[in-house]
Design a protein around this ligand. Structure first.
Ligand SMILES: [Zn+2]
Length: 62
């Protein structure tokens, strides 16, 4: 089953939804999105706090 993450669920005022085949793939896409759209740095994205926050919000696609 595909996994999805709503960007707003990790604290951004943003309607983007990331859909991918696995948690790791969602995480990779969110990292790309957070960098290009929200101006996050690699350092912020690699922060384990951010990673666990993202993983906690990933759910099966509705
Ligand atoms: Zn976003």
């Amino acid at each position: 089953m595909a996994k999805e993450l709503h960007c707003r669920d990790v604290g951004f005022d943003c309607e983007a939804v990331v859909v991918a085949e696995s948690d790791d793939e969602v995480l990779a896409q969110v990292a790309e999105h957070a960098k290009s759209v929200h101006g996050m740095t690699d350092e912020q994205i690699e922060d384990p706090e951010f990673g666990s926050q993202v993983k906690a919000q990933i759910h099966d696609q509705a």
